[in-house]
Write a protein that binds this ligand. Structure first.
Ligand SMILES: Nc1ccn([C@@H]2O[C@H](COP(=O)(O)OP(=O)(O)OP(=O)(O)O)[C@@H](O)[C@H]2O)c(=O)n1
Ligand SMILES: C[C@](O)(CO)[C@H](O)COP(=O)(O)O
Length: 236
């Protein structure tokens, strides 16, 4: 277990990977810029994070080729709103590059980083705060997640090969909150294969804390998800 200095008050930074292309979404451009309830999807995400006073700053990590952000997100400005065009070919690469950028901007190993998908645009400030409060005194950190409600099937060529025991199974969401000094080496060692930060930390032998979060915090992934996200955003 890495021990971080006692007495030094850690800060919390948000890191939003937003360098994906949204291949599964069927959108013509990167899904984070698709308009939902009158604004680009990512504007809802960043707006929710901006309402969390406990966050020192939010770093959005874009693809180096991104030429949409400034025009789409004119309100993302100020001392707490940071942008870096250092995204990579995988989510893990994007997050790793973002962590390096946070360090260049003064974040310390004992500071917390909350990694949150740009594509989880239904996030609410109170859920972020719930995670921060649950993990603040924890040795490892943790993530928002949802206990599985459905029966789980293992598939083979479109048929059920087995029914998987769903007990103790949770669907991982974001934010995922870890100390910068733990997450950075964890991602370096894990490489590109991990699909979330917790997996990288688990590979080091740690057990991240599961903090229950609603289904509403889903990730816009498939074509039908846009309409659902739009309805939910408009109903708020
Ligand atoms: N190289 C990548 C891939 C993904 N992401 C980000 O990681 C989050 C979650 O990933 P996902 O939903 O898979 O987004 P995409 O990679 O864009 O979608 P797809 O896998 O369908 O192409 C998104 O906010 C996405 O922009 C990223 O920053 N860099
Ligand atoms: C991080 C994540 O959103 C947790 O569920 C998910 O693993 C991202 O996976 P994707 O395949 O990049 O969408």
């Amino acid at each position: 277990m890495t021990h971080f200095p006692i007495g030094l008050q850690p800060r919390c930074f948000a890191l939003v990977p937003a360098a994906g292309i949204g291949a599964r979404s069927g959108a013509t451009g990167p899904k984070q810029y698709v308009t939902l309830a009158g604004r680009p999807m990512m504007a809802h995400t960043l707006d929710a994070l901006s309402q969390v006073a406990a966050l020192e700053a939010t770093l959005v990590v874009l693809s180096p080729e991104d030429d949409l952000f400034e025009a789409a997100m004119p309100e993302f400005q100020g001392e707490r709103a940071w942008v870096a065009r250092v995204g990579g070919a995988s989510r893990a690469e994007t997050v790793s590059a973002g962590l390096t950028e946070l360090m260049a901007r003064g974040a310390q190993p004992h500071d917390w980083v909350l990694v949150h998908d740009a594509a989880r645009c239904l996030i609410r400030p109170e859920w972020v705060l719930r995670l921060i409060e649950a993990c603040a005194e924890d040795e490892v950190g943790g993530l928002l997640a949802l206990p599985l409600a459905d029966t789980l099937k293992q598939a083979e060529a479109g048929r059920v090969a087995a029914t998987v025991d769903r007990r103790h199974k949770w669907a991982a969401q974001t934010p995922q909150m870890f100390r910068l000094g733990m997450l950075k080496p964890a991602l370096m060692m894990a490489g590109d294969s991990v699909t979330d930060e917790a997996s990288a930390v688990e590979a080091l032998g740690h057990a991240p804390l599961l903090v229950e979060s609603p289904m509403e915090n889903f990730k816009v992934t498939w074509p039908a998800d846009f309409a659902l996200a739009e309805r939910l955003l408009r109903s708020r």
